[in-house]
Design a protein around this ligand. Sequence first.
Ligand code: PMP
Length: 405
Amino acid sequence: MSFNVTEIREDFPILNQKIYNRPLVYFDNAATTQRPQQVIDALTKTYTEYYGNIHRAAHFLADKATAAYEETREKARALINAETREQIIFTKGTTESINLAAFSFGEAFIQEGDEIIVSEMEHHSNIVPWQLMAGRKGARIVMLPVDDDGRLQIEKLESLITSRTKLITVAHVSNVLGTINPIKQIAQIAHSRGVRIFVDGAQAVPHLKIDVQELDVDFYAFSAHKMYGPNGVGVLYGKRELLEQMPPYQGGGEMISEVKFSGTTYNELPYKFEAGTPNISGVIAFGAAIDYLQALGIAAVSSWETELLNYATAQLIQIPGLRIYGTQAEKSGVISFNVEGVHFFDLGTMLDKLGIAVRTGHHCADPLMDHFEIQGTVRASFAFYNTKEEIDVFVEALKKVISMF
Ligand code: PMP
């Protein structure tokens, strides 16, 4: 183990409590993570010391808030190795990042009859905004299928690309299967055919080292709340030449250069896409979350989470009637499973009564559920603050619950 989990856990006050009189085991990290005291302190400090509306006022508090807000933009840039800070657009989360990109890319580049390839393992938030855009523009959505191991069938990609294909959109890491998709390879295939690539990185940025230049992706989206930061903050990264050509997503303050009734001109990047007062304190505290992750080291985080994944998987596959969905070697710390004869909802509810937080249901991935012909799964998802002892507690609890059915 490359870092001290016991020490790390002391930074997370919420983890140190009992639920139904049992020590909390928090295995719902793919839904949202918990925050270290450093992030909570950054939020409090913003509100108690230097809160003001950013970019517009000529006073001390606003200047300080602006500087802190813009500092996070630089931290986010460095985190994913974006070329410039102007390519980091703050949104309220991955969902808004995708809606922004789908709308504005659609307006700029999609014509009637064009095609968008969407992978079968996508979260609804990386399907529906593209469907909405396709509906508006008369474009078509084409599905890139997964196989029964939860692997994306990349070999089918070439044949799905036509002269009308404009974009492929895919999750870097599946929130259901944990599958880590070969983004660099997909980007190469797409670009070789003149197709753009959008990557939903919501489940990747908290767990993997991301380099958007090395991956050579056109867009990349992620959420702060899944990476130990505040909720209501997200990022859209885009290649500059695309962002420059795309029209604003929302109108309002901040995104304009000059407003006249005869016509309005727009602000430069990234402000063109940041209409209105943003989540100022949230973005500032997001900077503290990035600092926290960087101090731990993403490589160390990844390797500990892989150890947890392997430790849990080895025990779970011993349980008769248990099936894991997503068995790819390249996998992040997410385990979705069902147990024969027991409804996933009952499993989740009874685990909760034993102090264990997991997720049950379709995980906002109906097409993937249809692929496996299931209604849902139980999902346990790990973060760097989880321990092997917690996995032991979880596995014992699971066996106990199963034995009751
Ligand atoms: N994509 C994936 C892969 C996700 O896991 C999630 C969150 N469950 C989202 C998108 C949406 O993220 P948010 O709710 O933060 O906008």
